[in-house]
Design a protein around this ligand. Structure first.
Ligand code: F6P
Length: 551
């Protein structure tokens, strides 16, 4: 008969020392995982570390080969350095003559270890091994769920079963296990509430910060699990997904982009066939596949991090009965139900730095420099960066411009000895009576190029040398500003709290200084645009900024 081999991972946790404590172990036989965990009312951290190892060894049959990983020096050193043998010889007194604590467990541990070939492995700290982290979560969850209120809350989450149209019901995830209660082994399904997470639409700085906040918020505080879908809604349709633990989100707070990947071309209700690079109208409704995949993963709620397009899709899924929570992101800052979206501040910072640089070369060459920033229907980036960078002329979609006012402003500056001017234009800005300028005529309308049109026209009308610079996707890349990191973190944590409170079909938002939430349908209704009569526009005019229009 071949010897059975096990890998055991253990951890203990204590809230106060002594205080309520939890212990947990993950026992692997090949790729088969069993999780066990338990709780003691008034205990110590050392006892919990020890208890986890004892219970794990009790779980496996005698004569097995065992490798045990723990981050506890107490457990590993005492065992490896043969202190236990010494204690036994000394009548269970330490070197200082004190009685050894947890003698009952040490004795049992020795007895169990003798029945097996045990190899001890020390891991360095909680974050160095994914499965040890898992034990850490489980042990801490035992303490949390011992609190009556939390226990009830968790029970409700585990058993509620969504009786909805989509039929997403409570489902045990693929791992199941056993639990030891008061010394007896009970077979039970391990069910942790699961959150699905995806980033959709154009990327922006701060997406990784919000992913990190959702994962850490979910696992540290509530023992929820997070399943990440790759490449936005495409991953949901094609079931390209995996569990994300806090190890996976470590070190990403300051990183641009999204570790999950994104797409602004994939609509499950009108799905682009694989291999096609661009969006086109199809009859291909794959929303059913998306919902099946949510069920397969046992997901209780889908968190969508997105702009107007992705949140609209999230809303459509909510209408089909999928519990959904939205988190707003976009550099354009054009979502109506939140004061600010994360990504905006970073894009504005990038654009402002660019305008500052353009300024010096404009001044040296006595040129008119036109800087084109993003903003399809809203001129928030142009207004904010234009003001911060001292733009002389700011052109936004909300205020269709006329060339004669732009030329007047340039000539007026000229007459004051200012031989250069900076124009900041949103990609969606357009001359009065005309249409915004699209690069290509196809299924996807892509804005861009208005800066070159303006530069040419100005050169013609003023005979001053003019240049156009399109900042483009530079504004979506790079590290988020501290403001965006904090806003994204607050949004992520709030989204998990909404899940905890079962407040679905809501979008988190910023109102003044507070993080709140609004119904998704409100969040996707319309576009937040710059009000030409707002205090901010008036302030810009007051310092001499021209908007290409006699406001
Ligand atoms: O929604 C943000 C945005 O940056 C718009 O301002 C811009 O028009 C658009 O995305 C460009 O997206 P892409 O080039 O990825 O299609």
């Amino acid at each position: 008969m071949s010897i059975r081999a096990y890998e055991i991972y253990t951890d203990g946790a204590c809230s106060g020392n002594p205080g309520p404590g939890g212990w947990a172990a993950v026992i692997m036989e090949g790729d088969q995982a069993t999780e066990i965990s338990g709780y003691e009312e008034k205990t110590t951290n050392q006892r919990m570390e020890l208890k986890a190892a004892v219970e794990a060894l009790r779980f496996i049959p005698s004569g097995s080969k065992v490798r045990l990983s723990s981050d506890s020096a107490y457990l590993i050193n005492c065992f490896n350095q043969k202190w236990i043998d010494r204690w036994q010889r000394n009548g269970w007194l330490t070197g200082k003559g004190q009685p050894v604590e947890n003698q009952d467990l040490w004795l049992e541990l020795m007895e169990l270890a003798h029945k097996n070939t045990v190899e001890w492995i020390k891991v360095k700290g909680h974050s160095s091994d994914r499965i040890n982290q898992r034990c850490d979560h489980l042990a801490r969850a035992e303490i949390i769920s011992a609190n009556k209120e939390e226990a009830d809350e968790n029970k409700k989450l585990k058993t509620r079963g969504f009786k909805d149209e989509a039929g997403i019901s409570e489902k045990p995830h693929p791992e199941s296990g056993c639990k030891i209660n008061n010394g007896t082994l009970e077979k039970q399904e391990t069910v942790f509430p699961r959150i699905g997470l995806l980033t959709g639409g154009g990327d922006c700085p701060g997406l990784n910060a919000v992913i990190r906040a959702v994962v850490k918020g979910a696992t540290y505080n509530y023992n929820y699990e997070v399943v990440g879908f790759n490449s936005g809604f495409r991953g949901l349709v094609e079931n390209d997904a995996g569990l994300i633990d806090d190890f996976a989100v470590s070190g990403i707070l300051n990183r641009g982009g999204t570790i999950l990947g994104t797409s602004n071309r994939d609509n499950p209700f009108n799905f682009r066939p694989s291999g096609e690079s661009d969006y086109r109208e199809t009859e291909n409704d794959r929303s059913g596949d998306a919902i099946d995949n949510l069920k397969k993963w046992g997901i209780n709620c889908l968190i969508v991090i997105g702009g107007d397009g992705s949140l609209l899709l999230a809303h459509r899924f909510s209408e089909l009965g999928v519990p959904v929570i939205g988190i707003p992101k976009t550099i354009d800052n054009d979502l109506p139900a939140t004061d600010v979206t994360f990504g905006f501040d970073s894009a504005v910072t990038t654009a402002t730095e660019a305008i500052d640089k353009i300024h010096t070369t404009a001044e040296s060459h006595h040129r008119i420099m036109v800087v084109e920033v993003m903003g399809r229907h809203s001129g928030w980036i142009a207004l904010q960066a234009g003001m911060a960078g001292g733009g002389d002329i700011i052109l936004i979609p909300e205020i269709p411009f006329e060339f004669e006012y732009i030329v007047d402003k340039i000539m007026e500056r000229n007459s004051r000895g200012k031989k250069f001017s900076i124009i900041v234009v949103a990609e969606g800005a357009y001359p009065a009576g005309e249409e915004p300028l699209y690069q290509a005529k196809g299924q996807v309308k892509r804005l861009g190029g208005i800066s070159s049109v303006i530069a040419r026209e100005i050169e013609k009308r003023t005979e001053m040398e003019s240049r156009a610079t399109v900042l483009g996707h530079l504004q979506r890349g790079g590290s988020p500003t501290s403001y965006d990191r904090v806003l994204a973190t607050r949004f992520g944590v709030k989204a998990v709290e909404l899940f905890r409170d079962k407040k679905y079909n809501e979008m988190v938002c910023l109102r003044g200084h507070n993080i709140e939430s609004v119904p998704l349908e409100k969040a996707v209704a319309g576009t937040k645009r710059v009000d030409p009569s707002s205090e901010q526009v008036r302030a810009a005019i007051a310092v001499g900024t021209c908007f290409g229009h006699p406001l």
